[in-house]
Structure formats: C-alpha cells, structure tokens
Design a protein. Sequence first.
Length: 339
Amino acid sequence: MEQTINWSDLSFGYMKTDYNIRRYYRNGSWGELEVSSSESINIHISSTCLHYGQESFEGLKAFRGQDGRIRIFRPEENARRMQASSRGIMMAEQPVELFMEAVEKAVRLNERFVPPYGSGASLYIRPLMLGLGALIGVKPADEFVFLVFVTPVGPYFKSGFRPAPVCIMRDFDRAAPLGTGNIKVGGNYAASLVAGSKAHEAGYVAVLYLDPKEKNYIDECGPANFFGIKDNTYVTPASSSILPSITNKSLIQLAGDMGLKVERRPVPVSELASFEEAAECGTAAVVTPISRIDDLDENRSYVYSSDGKPGAVCEKLYRKLLGIQTGDEEDPYGWVHIL
Ligand SMILES: *Cc1c(COP(=O)(O)O)cnc(C)c1O
C-alpha cells in the first residue's frame, strides 16, 4: 500500500512503517535478527519489563542529504550507551555490531519513510530492550528481546527555531542521587510524568530538574540536557543523576572548536542569573533555546530571550550540528554513519 506523506506536516509522533527488527537473547546468547511487519509483540504476562521496569531504550535520527544519501547520527554512541543501560539494570549487553546491524536494517527496509532533504523532517529510530520470562520474584530476567522500529518525525519546532519556557519545581525528582538517572531506562520516565504534565498544563515545555540530593544544582531538563552560555563559555552540569546526552557531547566538541571555553561541572541554581543564553539539548529537541526559567518555589524568573529570538551562540551551535547531521556541513569528526 502506497501512502502519500505530507512531510512538512509531521509532528513528533508515531506513524506506522513497513518493518521492525527483533532479536532475542536466550540461553546465554543473542539469536538471529528477525524482520517483522507486525506492530505487536507477544510476551509472557510475568515478564520483568512489565512488573519491575526492566526495560531500556534509545533514540537517534537518520537524515537524507542533498546527495540523496541517508545519514545516521552517531549510532555507535547509542549502542554503547545501551550497553551501559544493560549493566545498570542487569540485562544482557548487546555487541555494538549487532546493534548497528539492526539499526541499519530498520532504516534500509523503511527507506521510503526517510523524509526528503530540505523538509525539516527526519527518521526517528527507537531501539528498546525488554526483560522477558515467567518470573514473579524480583530478580533479573534471563531472556530479553531487543527491538528497533522507526517513524518519520517533523521538526521539533513547528513554528521555527524559537525559545521556550521551562520551570523549576522542587516537589519532584526524576531520579535518585545514586539511582538510574545516568542510564536510559523507562522507569525514569514513569517517575517524571506527574511533574511533566503539571509543567505542560502551566505552559512550560519541560521541567528543569535540580540535583535530587541537595536541590542546589541544575541536573537536566526532562528528556534533554541543559547548557548555559556566558563569557564565551559553554557551561553544562556534571551530576551522577544526569543522562549523558550524545547531543550535548557533540555540542561540547563543536563549542570548543568554535573557540568557546567548555566547563562541565556542578552548576548551582544561583548561577542561572549570570547566563546570557540557556538551552536544552537532545536528539528530539536538537538545541531548544530557553526563553525563561521560572523558579516556581522561589518566585523568581531568569529571562534569556524576551523577543522570541534565540541567542547568537545557541543559533550557531544549532545550525552547525544540524548541518553536519544532514550533510550540508563537513563532518571532520566521523560522526555521520552513511548508509
Ligand atoms: C535521551 C535523553 C537525553 C538526550 O540524549 P541524546 O543522546 O542527546 O538524545 C537527555 N536526557 C534524558 C533523561 C534522556 O533520556
């Protein structure tokens, strides 16, 4: 069935594509890659992913360049981060090559869903891993399934690259100080849903979480990392409860090569007043400049943009990163994986 997709009208949502990939881990080893056209999986009702949150996921994007070729951004980084997630919640680690094979296959088989160059849209790739089996006691599973599906997504900014407001709420933590904040697991997201919907209801795009131990330092922005710009310096928090963002890692490199100083260290809330620009960054958000941080407990606002325009440094970083991802800019770092 051929369908026509209005590429410029896509949101960040799910659209059915032709195929997805599965690979099972049983009896101590990973099996063959399987291709499926079903959107469902059949798993035991007692699987650990369902009861005890033994689940991890990843998110990355593929772009079509002006040359028509498909570019996947830093997939090996996602493969390694998923291994770290597996170690963190006692799931089987998947070799990087197997992850890569599955991601490449998922993109190739759904090539007709990779949005055209210039549409502003991209193909979002979602790998995930689930603990399976007939278990009821709290212990790690010994069977797992690794899945990859893809879906075309529109630009994060429907109305263009615009700064958005976030808020600080001290009544909620997304992760514990020495918990699972530094790995990409579903449980962190379940824990963030109440705070996230409260923030959305109040008109904010995200919650800017503080460190869960002292509530004195900036952690991250819901599903995205935080950075601030001041005195020609890129400042991003260091914390045991932050997810190490591949976008942030890339921006740190770009900022340094653009001549900015880079600091990765604890960032106290009191420092927010000194930033000239602030932003959140991640695969979905790319770079989303922050217009304003409202500290709802202290009744204070930190304003970075009041005219609807992004700051100059955020804009430069955004253009550079997106340029490398789409192939418009050279990739001296070897980040782009061309299919
Ligand atoms: C995935 C994620 C990010 C962004 O990471 P990227 O690799 O840049 O996509 C940031 N914070 C959290 C909590 C995440 O789950």
